[in-house]
Structures are given as structure tokens and as C-alpha cells.
Design a protein around this ligand. Structure first.
Ligand SMILES: [Ca+2]
Ligand SMILES: [Ca+2]
Ligand SMILES: [Ca+2]
Ligand SMILES: [Ca+2]
Length: 552
């Protein structure tokens, strides 16, 4: 039966609407000649003003009370005559002044100037037709980064696997393989693909670009150019999209994943001179009820991508079924490097889409999503197809926000750090009732909290010290590998050792954590580089480290 299955785009329904609208440009920054002062409660502002004027030889005026009960006033002065910092300082020094600050125009939080941004409820939901803040907090994330480049200077790329995209859309920024000369029948960059300049079409073995609405729409959700005064904004305002094409047969999908893998592998091997810094693949297509047992090669591609440093994101089925029971391709594939996404609507409901406490990681906005379509237009589509690229864009944003140390650790141990990223992403969701108990994370994507988990509370703040367990030693190890820790976790843990091919070469479950202090036997493992990880019963990573096993 499965051979008759065809892959199809995970689109639910399509309504195309064009809207014209204008958005007021924000005017951020300090207002000249104004400060806000809070006086102590029983202080008379008029008296303090005179004191300040005398002490600082300035001329200031009480403009209006902002809060009589809190004794907060707006104060004006002529900034052409008096230095603003000097005036502020004069108030600061006055003993009757509790607080002083400049006045600022209200600037909406990092709202881009794209005219249709107001349509993008998935990024910022004002509650119209749903629930306010049932969104991924893109605006808060943009206070930290708008995407584009890593702290190490690598240009962030996502591989968008689809049936085609409108390549010439003015609000999309596609990756171009500059090491390849197009249309000369020569594989100039020796990556195994001839003339792969604009991406890759596994079906025709060319870089020809079929123009398809669906893929164009998916691309814009992840990475439409933000704040360019045009159209919409992607989750990541700056993002290179590498288009990879497949028709509706499995072989082409596998070829597409292989292309993404090869491009990233070459990037790693040439120190960025060739290939592309692909951080994620996006698959907004699949086979309803497909059993992973019938798709071992497809499912294994996600592990192969993980080994070279690429996470994969996939849409689950647009039908209300439990994937844990009925299966789905690819979202029932068991790979740890695959992140599976279902669909939420404007009210944070699970909207006519599949779920699974084991198989489906999280929800993301997918119903009535406004994005790029063919011919430089914009329109609304619905489906889990629209949910996955929200997550893909969020991963790209996490890379843009990550500290340099993250990339050092990534270089040492791709797999471990990818799992950390996935952990931060899943732990960063907003828990919503409709997804509780039916998804791994119990919630809907929140890109801001995912970034915070990485930068404020996670690896970038604490390094591996965030783990309750400490350090793996000796390193290099010969016979026994110990994990030292200041804190003993009184839980049963799973210890896992993974080689550079991503294969689990040692695993032990069910021991309480003190076990690991008695040593992991590594004497039988070949010399080489390994990742050792310790998980708690909830599969949370408690400890991870790269180790070298070296036999004399
Ligand atoms: Ca929000
Ligand atoms: Ca080539
Ligand atoms: Ca060529
Ligand atoms: Ca735009």
C-alpha cells in the first residue's frame, strides 16, 4: 500500500486575499528637552524646581503631572541652551528626587515597517479573531536579533525542500552558490552537482526552479525580508533560503535531503569556502499514515543531516489523528534531529491537525497565515505546512543570537549542541491547553523564549555548567570514563556514548546517577572522538561532553 502513497504538500485550504494598508512608522528615541522626574512622596515639585535651577544655573519648567499619587512629573527645558545630560544630572543630585529619566517616544517593540505585518498574527497577535499574545513573540525576539549572520560570521541558510518556489519574489532572499558557474555543464565547485547555482532540483538534476505557490508561501514565513518597507516579515528578518526541489515521489525527497547534507558537509570541510551554512531543512510535505518501517532511508536522512550539523523541521498531517498510533511520514520518524510540528490557530487551539505525545514536538501558527506568493504578491494559506517554517525560522534566529562559544562547542560536537538547541526550543514553548498531553513540549513555539533559553539561562550564560553534572574525565580516556559532578541527581538516568557517525556505541539505562561515577567502560571502543550524554527519565539532557578515547 505504501508504494502507492504520494507525498503531498501539507496545505489545508487556501484563500488568497490582497490587502493594502499603511502602518505608522515608529519614531524611537529620546525626546529633546524633556525629562521625567519622580519626587519623594511629600515633596513639593515647585520647590525642588527652584532648588535645581539655583544649583545648576538652568531654567526648567514643570510641564504636567504624570501621576499625582506617585508624584511623577514631566519637566521641560530648552535643549538648545542646556545640555540634556547636565539637566538630568542636576535632578539626579537633588535629595528630593527619587528617580529621573529622559522622556522617550513610544516605540512599538521592534515592529518592522513591512506594510502587511499587521496581518501576521503568528508573529504578533493583537487578539483580533482570537486571543492576544497567541503568537511566537517574534517582536520580542527581534529586540535581540533580526537574524542573518552568526557570531562567527557565517551566513545562516535554511534548505527549503518543496515542489518549487517563485524564485524572483522581491521579498525573499535566496541563496546562490557563488562557487558554481551556472549553465556550463561543469561541476565547478566539485560538490557532485553540475550547475547547482540556484539550488537543486533532484528530479531534473538541474537548478531549474518550478514556480509554485506553496513553496513560495512557506519561504516567506521562515524568512521574508523584514523591515524593508515591503510586504511581510519572516520569523527571521534576514535569512538565505536554499531552494531544493522534489516532486511527489520519495526518491526525489531523499535526493533533496542529500543535497542539503552535502552542501553543509562541504561547508564544514572547507571552513566555509564552499557549500552553505545550512542550519535547518524544512519539509512542509509528507505521507499521511506512512509507517517509518516502510521509509527507513527517508527517516535515516535526518540522522545524516544531524551528524553534519543540520536540524530538520517537518509538518505533520492536516487531519486530527494521533501520529503515535497511526504513523506519519516524516513526523513519525524516530530521529532526534527531527523537530515535528502541528498547527495552532489565532486562539492557540490545535487546529484540525495531527498530534502525538511521543511523535509531535510542538505546535506553531498555521491557520490563516499571510505570506509571499507568486508574482510578488501576498496571500493567506492554512495548514501544518505553514506551521513548520515558523519553527525553521526560529532555529535560524537562535543561530543568529548564539554566543561564539556555542559555535566552538558545535564544532566539537554537532550532535550534542543540536540536541541542546532542540531542548531550548521545546522548553521555550508557551504551554497551551490544547497541546498539553498530546505533544512532546505541551505547547506552541515561542522564538523569544527559545533564544532566551540559549542565551540567558542556557549554554551561552553558563557553558556546560548548566548541567547538574560536571566534567567527563580522563580526557582522553582509555578504559573507564568518569563523570564528575558537584550535584548528584537522585534519578534513574540513561548514559549514551555516540561516535562521530552518530551511532550509539554504548547505552545503559535504569541506573541511578551515582552509577556514572563508577565509570563508563570504554576499553572496547575504537580510538576516536565521541559524545557522552546523560539523560533523565524525561529525556532531558543532564550532561553532555565531547571526549576522546585513545588506546596506546
Ligand atoms: Ca506576543
Ligand atoms: Ca556543483
Ligand atoms: Ca557549472
Ligand atoms: Ca518585507
Amino acid at each position: 500500500m505504501t508504494t502507492l502513497n504520494t507525498i503531498f504538500s501539507r496545505i489545508f485550504l487556501g484563500i488568497l486575499i490582497t490587502v493594502s494598508h499603511s502602518v505608522l512608522a515608529a519614531d524611537p528615541g529620546r525626546i529633546n528637552g524633556q525629562i521625567i522626574v519622580q519626587f519623594y512622596s511629600n515633596v513639593e515639585p515647585e520647590r525642588v524646581i527652584i532648588d535645581v535651577e539655583l544649583a545648576s544655573k538652568t531654567d526648567v519648567a514643570l510641564l504636567k503631572p504624570l501621576s499625582a499619587s506617585l508624584n511623577i512629573w514631566l519637566i521641560a527645558f530648552d535643549e538648545n541652551v542646556y545640555n540634556a545630560e547636565f539637566v538630568k544630572d542636576a535632578f539626579f543630585k537633588n535629595p528630593d528626587v527619587a528617580l529621573v529619566q529622559f522622556n522617550h517616544t513610544f516605540s512599538e517593540r521592534s515592529i518592522p515597517d513591512d506594510p502587511f505585518f499587521y496581518q501576521q498574527w503568528g508573529l504578533l497577535n493583537d487578539g483580533a479573531g482570537g486571543i492576544a499574545d497567541a503568537d511566537i513573540d517574534a517582536d520580542l525576539a527581534w529586540d535581540i536579533t533580526t537574524g542573518g549572520v552568526t557570531a562567527k560570521g557565517d551566513t545562516i541558510v535554511v534548505a527549503l525542500i518543496s515542489e518549487g518556489q517563485f524564485y524572483a519574489h522581491e521579498d525573499l532572499d535566496y541563496f546562490i552558490n557563488r562557487n558554481e558557474i551556472p549553465d556550463n555543464d561543469i561541476d565547478d565547485d566539485a560538490n557532485g552537482y553540475i550547475d547547482d547555482y540556484h539550488g537543486w532540483n533532484g528530479t531534473t538534476q538541474t537548478d531549474s526552479v518550478p514556480e509554485r505557490l506553496h513553496g513560495t508561501h512557506v519561504a516567506g514565513i521562515a524568512g521574508a525580508i523584514g523591515n524593508n518597507g515591503l510586504g511581510i516579515s519572516g520569523v527571521s528578518q534576514k535569512l538565505k533560503i536554499l531552494p531544493v526541489y522534489n516532486l511527489t515521489v520519495e526518491a526525489d525527497a531523499v535526493a533533496s535531503y542529500a543535497y542539503a547534507r552535502d552542501m553543509r558537509k562541504i561547508y564544514n570541510e572547507t571552513n566555509g569556502e564552499k557549500g552553505a551554512y545550512i542550519v535547518a531543512t524544512n519539509s512542509s510535505f509528507g505521507v499521511d499514515f506512512g509507517n517509518p518501517d516502510d521509509y527507513p532511508i527517508w527517516c535515516a536522512m535526518f540522522d545524516s543531516l544531524g551528524v553534519v550539523g543540520v536540524l530538520s523541521v517537518a509538518s505533520t498531517a492536516n487531519t486530527s489523528v494521533n501520529v503515535d498510533n497511526v504513523y506519519d511520514i516524516p513526523t513519525a520518524c524516530p530521529s532526534e534531529y527531527l523537530i515535528t510540528v502541528t498547527m495552532t490557530d489565532k486562539a492557540d487551539n490545535l487546529f484540525s491537525a495531527a498530534y502525538g505525545a511521543k511523535s509531535i514536538d510542538l505546535g506553531a501558527p498555521g491557520n490563516l497565515i499571510y505570506s509571499t506568493i507568486i508574482d510578488n504578491s501576498y496571500g493567506i494559506l492554512s495548514g501544518t505546512s505553514m506551521s513548520a517554517p515558523h519553527v525553521t525560522g526560529a532555529i535560524a534566529m537562535m543561530y543568529a543570537a548564539a554566543c561564539p562559544e556555542f559555535f566552538d562547542a558545535l564544532e566539537d560536537n554537532n550532535e550534542l549542541m543540536l540536541l541542546k538547541l532542540k531542548q531550548y526550543l521545546l522548553e521555550g514553548v508557551d504551554v497551551v491547553p490544547d497541546l498539553e498531553g498530546v505533544t512532546v513540549s505541551n505547547g506552541r513555539l515561542n522564538v523569544f523564549r527559545a533564544i532566551e533559553n540559549l542565551t540567558v539561562s542556557g549554554f551561552c550564560a553558563t557553558g556546560f555548567a548548566e548541567n547538574a553534572l560536571g566534567v567527563a574525565y580522563p580526557n582522553p580516556a582509555q578504559e573507564l570514563l568518569f563523570i564528575n559532578g558537584a550535584t548528584i541527581i537522585d534519578q534513574e538516568v540513561q548514559v549514551q556514548v555516540v561516535n562521530t557517525l552518530g551511532q550509539v556505541v554504548y547505552q545503559r539505562t535504569g541506573d541511578r546517577s551515582p552509577f556514572i561515577f563508577s565509570g563508563i567502560p570504554v576499553g572496547d571502543l575504537p580510538s576516536g572522538y565521541y559524545a557522552v550524554s546523560v539523560y533523565n527519565p524525561d529525556s532531558d539532557l543532564l550532561f553532555g561532553s565531547g571526549v576522546i578515547i585513545q588506546h596506546q
